[in-house]
Design a binder for this molecule. Structure first.
Ligand code: COI
Length: 353
């Protein structure tokens, strides 16, 4: 079934300079909203950004039935705008929704919603090399009921915010062996709000101890690296790119997948497998060159400078010739249209709609 999208434009338009503002603080002028009721999506609209009215009984406020995505649009060298890997984000969104018992959004509606919104707010896409428009599609359960149940009503929304560097300096991270982010059979691979809420306390403890983020370990042995707070974890040990395999407890990162693809094409050896913190300690102790970095939509490639394991801190390789910077540059070049997009990752908007 076709879902028409109506558009109501803000009467006065003004792009705010957001470069010095914290990530995600300033929304663009419009947002997308659609309601799910009686088994279908309705009232799909792009409208001026505004607050929501929700019943205090809305199920999302009590039981965490919420799912979101994080994606980006980029200004290309030729002046056009592209939305990066919209298909893969859609597929992940759909899987997350299924895990949280939420209704799917038809692919056409998802793509049209983001297309129309980004097109309308295209002046907000930063033109600077380190800038992008962060796009946040999300769904919340809105049925008003205090008893726990699968909601029969939802809102699907998309908001955007100009983004620059998420982390402004190389990170100090702490291997977390006490608290866990996800366990087998849990929701680790879904991009649902609860995963992030549960991570706040251990992350705060790490921050209080002088670290920027945690490196989560598995829930059985508390030894194998899973992912970092806002991104997948990647290591280059003596030029071999190693990242935890997708076991169901970590997020199937779009940036992770893109960097692995780029690395393969560059002839870099890739290993998607278990990696324990003991293996990291051995590599550091044996004088190997260890690069560590996070890969995520918001963070892109976030170099890790220090890894704390127990009471010991280990220094990672962050010199300009590090492999992670080569991968980061190639990814940016694809997004900006500087090199050919051989994988069809860029969903390019027409110049004159
Ligand atoms: C993203 O990278 O898109 C995320 O969802 C991480 C979020 C904490 C900003």
């Amino acid at each position: 079934m076709e879902h028409e999208i109506s558009i109501t434009e803000q009467t006065e338009r003004k792009v705010t300079d957001t470069k010095s503002v914290p990530f995600g603080k300033i929304p663009t002028e419009h947002m997308f909203i659609a309601e799910y009721k009686n088994g279908d999506w309705q009232n799909a609209q792009v409208v001026p950004f505004h607050d929501l009215t929700l019943s205090p009984l809305a199920l999302c406020l009590h039981y965490g039935q919420t799912v979101f995505e994080g994606m980006k649009a980029f200004a290309m060298e030729d002046g056009r705008i592209n939305i990066f890997r919209i298909d893969k984000h859609y597929d992940r969104f759909t899987k997350s929704l299924q895990r949280l018992c939420m209704p799917p959004v038809p692919k056409k509606l998802f793509i049209n919603a983001i297309h129309r919104l980004v097109q309308l707010d295209s002046d907000w896409v930063p033109r600077e090399a380190d800038g992008s428009l962060y796009i946040r599609p999300f769904m919340i359960a809105t049925e008003d009921r205090i008893g726990i149940k699968v909601s029969d009503e939802y809102l699907f929304m998309v908001v955007c915010s100009p983004a620059f560097q998420y982390y402004t300096k190389p990170l100090r991270v702490k291997v977390e062996t006490n608290y866990v982010r996800a366990a087998n059979g849990g929701t680790g691979t879904a991009k649902c709000g609860g995963n992030y809420g549960g991570a706040l306390y251990p992350t705060q403890l790490a921050k209080d101890a002088g670290y920027d983020q945690v490196l989560w370990t598995d829930s059985t042995h508390h030894e194998f690296i899973e992912e970092s707070g806002t991104m997948n974890a990647m290591f280059c040990i003596d030029n071999v790119l190693i990242t935890p395999q997708l076991t169901g407890t970590i997020l199937d990162g779009v940036t992770r997948d893109s960097l692995l693809t780029i690395a393969k094409e560059k002839g870099i050896t890739i290993e998607e497998r278990e990696i324990s913190y003991n293996e990291l300690i051995r590599a550091f102790d044996n004088g190997k060159r260890v690069e560590a970095f996070g890969a995520g939509t918001a963070a892109v490639v976030a170099p890790i400078e220090i890894i704390a394991i127990g009471h010991k801190e280990f220094k990672c390789y962050t010199e300009p010739d590090a492999i992670m910077y080569q991968l980061q540059k190639e990814l940016l070049n694809i997004r900006k249209g500087i090199v050919p997009d051989t994988h069809n990752w860029n969903y390019v908007l027409p110049l004159n709609p």
